[in-house]
Write a protein that binds this ligand. Structure first.
Ligand code: NIG
Ligand code: FE
Length: 412
């Protein structure tokens, strides 16, 4: 399948030098080509250039992109898109005054989703999750990470990961999977956290590894959930199966999780709504990507990750959705990019870099995704006619996407 995009008003994120991630001041630059063409062959970006220098490409399907901007599809490096049902009632409870933590203490929250998921068949779970996946693809997401963590029993955790794997087989979007058995202490193990961690280490992890169901390992390191010592145990155990850490830290409290994750060579540390100078120092000179989840802050009315401070300190930053039923029932990366500009004071260039190249890095996909490079996967967003790319976060409530191409296929 060959596809030619012509008369592109502006082609964003054109990189000749394949950077794996962008840090600090580098994030302020977004290289573009004006009045460009781009040629896709068998799902790969084969070539691109300016219209004045386009050679003959006869007989290809051509999309005229006059007035339109083209950019790499979003790379969403943190999601929990495989889940069952919803938590609308907890949303209303929060409106009526309960906090996210109070709801969890009353038996709601993650264990509520786990109960629903355990009662849902694998087939039903697949269909519920596929509907969300189709939705986010149409919103411009071309690669996504999916976590387990709403199973909390061996069977249900495996069920979640199998569903994620099946989605990866059925859809053109690139999917990376993460084992998050340590998401919450299941009700049956209340008061016996170590018993649950024994189950996780001795039964769940070997089975996840045996079926090659995950590449990454995660833990919710937070007061009331799992401690830094628990994280140390789980990540060390995961390492035996070559699972690379990508962890939930500093959502509500800074308890030393970042330093420990860096020590374990985590690929990313995610959330960071509470972020101290010690946390910042721990990330300096590391290869660990800080990941901000601004839709979670928006939905829970909690602080935003200090993205400005992180970038000004010379660090990289990635943006992701956290799509899940409790803290972020939205998988819209366009909203994430806009909210990062509006609430975290990222410039449009920084936010687009954070949601493309740096998002790809946080999923181990830098070589193939996140920028317009010859040989990379043809994952592209074609916008409606817009004045310039800054209009994307500016007009935050509009759907400005005209078409989406994933793996060379038009999905919208
Ligand atoms: O990333 N914080 C931990 N996990 C999810 C939310 C879990 C839930 O409320 O269902 C998150 O926000
Ligand atoms: Fe999350």
């Amino acid at each position: 399948m060959k596809l030619l995009l012509t008369n592109i008003k502006e082609l964003l994120q054109v990189r000749e030098n394949f950077p794996t991630k962008l840090s600090g001041k580098e994030m302020a630059e977004l290289p573009t080509l004006k009045n460009a063409w781009l040629y896709i062959n068998h799902g790969i970006i084969e070539d691109y250039g300016i219209m004045a220098k386009m050679g003959p490409h006869q007989g290809f399907k051509t999309i005229d992109c006059s007035g339109k901007t083209v950019l790499p599809a979003w790379c969403d490096s943190h999601s929990h898109i495989v889940y069952a049902g919803n938590r609308e009632q907890e949303f209303v409870d929060r409106i009526n005054g309960l906090s996210y933590q109070e709801i969890a203490e009353k038996g709601g929250g993650i264990v509520n989703s786990a109960k629903k998921l355990q009662e849902t068949s694998e087939e039903d779970l697949y269909h519920q999750s596929a509907a969300r996946l189709e939705e986010v693809m149409k919103l411009g997401t071309g690669a996504i990470e999916i976590k387990s963590g709403y199973g909390l029993t061996t069977d249900a955790e495996l069920k979640m990961l199998r569903v994620a794997k099946k989605l990866a087989e059925e859809y053109p979007i690139t999917i990376k999977t993460t084992f998050l058995g340590a998401h919450a202490i299941p009700t049956e193990y209340k008061g016996n956290k170590d018993g649950y961690l024994d189950l996780l280490c001795n039964e769940m992890l070997p089975k996840v590894a045996e079926e090659s169901l995950a590449e990454y390992i995660d833990i919710f390191c937070e007061e009331g959930y799992f401690s830094v010592a628990d994280m140390d145990r789980v990540l060390s155990e995961g390492k035996k199966y070559n699972l690379i850490p990508k962890v939930h830290v500093n959502q509500f409290n800074s308890i030393g999780g970042i330093a420990s994750a860096v020590k374990h060579k985590a690929l990313s540390v995610d959330h960071l709504e509470v972020f101290t100078d010690e946390d910042l120092a721990a990330l300096k000179n590391s290869e660990t990507m800080p990941v901000a989840l601004p839709s979670c802050s928006y939905f829970l009315s909690i602080p935003y990750t200090p993205g400005r401070k992180i970038i000004d300190a010379g660090l990289p930053l990635a943006l992701a959705t956290d799509y899940n039923p409790g803290s972020t029932p939205s998988g819209n990366m366009n909203f994430v990019v806009a909210t990062a500009c509006i609430k975290m004071r990222l410039t449009p260039e920084e936010a687009i870099n954070a949601a493309t190249i740096n998002g790809a890095y946080a999923m181990g996909l830098s070589e193939t995704h996140g920028s317009i490079c010859r040989g990379k996967v043809a994952n592209l967003i074609i916008t409606k006619p817009i004045p310039s790319y800054g209009y994307l976060p500016y007009a935050f409530g509009s759907n400005l996407i005209d078409s989406v191409i994933i793996g060379g296929k038009e999905v919208k």
